[in-house]
Design a protein around this ligand. Structure first.
Ligand SMILES: [Zn+2]
Ligand SMILES: [Zn+2]
Length: 257
């Protein structure tokens, strides 16, 4: 059976229980998953899930651009302390979202830069969320001189952004959006990403892939996105599973698998 990792999911937001989601993931070959912290109020919860649900579940700590106004020096300090937990794999999710503009843009940029600094200081990878903010995202990352490691999560950007991120040493992660009917430009971007630089994710409960569209997404469904990535790259699904597993193990140094 192929062995997968869902590098970005929200176990605490699903319709089914986290334990049921992990059981169904495992049955589909999804042996590892990272449940993502989004704001100070869920950091204890995602760590608890990672602790309680067994070897399959890891987590991340970070403040999402929507909640950037909840970021403070004290929150930053608490993230630094949380990163000592061996079940925490990354600083995430962090970034910029100028589509929703839920927090002021200057506040988003500051929270993003501060959290990149934490990742750099602690030698941890990041997972970046960016929407309608490509130029500023690249500018801020360039300020760190290519020393940030990690991935662009749920990549839906342009070829320009993909190329800039690859040059900066970041990997790209594709979600169910890749399978959507109108996603031809994104599929072209996916083809251009070297196989050793890509990941797959669900971002569950959002963005269920075809053929599960209309259902609530869950980690087990990452396989559908993976099948399309394999097809776009002209490799077997088994080869893609081996490659994405190796990519995750290389990026997330604490991942045990
Ligand atoms: Zn996101
Ligand atoms: Zn997310």
């Amino acid at each position: 059976m192929n062995r997968w990792i869902d590098v970005h999911t929200h176990l605490n937001m699903l319709e089914i229980t986290p334990a049921e989601a992990v059981r169904r993931a495992r049955a589909a070959g999804v042996e590892r998953l990272i449940t993502i912290g989004t704001q100070p109020g869920d950091h204890a919860l995602v760590q608890q899930l990672a602790q309680d649900l067994g070897d399959e579940v890891y987590c991340s700590l970070g403040v999402h651009p929507h909640d950037a106004d909840k970021y403070s020096a004290a929150v930053g300090q608490s993230i630094r302390e949380g990163l000592r937990n061996p079940k925490v794999l990354a600083v995430a999710e962090i970034g910029l979202d100028y589509y929703y503009d839920s927090s002021p843009r200057d506040v988003q940029r500051e929270a993003f830069a501060q959290q990149l600094q934490i990742a750099l200081d602690t030698n941890m990878p990041v997972e970046i969320h960016t929407r309608d903010a490509e130029a500023d995202t690249v500018d801020i990352l360039k300020g760190f001189g290519g020393k940030i490691t990690g991935l662009m999560h749920c990549f839906t950007g342009t070829q320009w952004l993909a190329d800039e991120c690859l040059k900066l040493g970041l990997n790209l992660s594709f979600s169910g959006v890749l399978t959507f009917r109108n996603a031809d430009p994104l599929r072209a971007v996916c083809r251009s990403v070297p196989l050793d630089r890509l990941h797959v994710e669900t971002d569950a409960p959002f963005l269920a892939p075809v053929p599960m569209r209309g259902k609530k997404n869950e980690p087990a469904f990452v396989v559908h996105t993976a099948e399309l990535v394999a097809q776009l790259h002209g490799v077997s699904v088994a080869e893609l599973a081996t490659q994405t597993r190796a990519n995750a193990l290389r990026l997330f140094s604490r991942l045990k698998w």
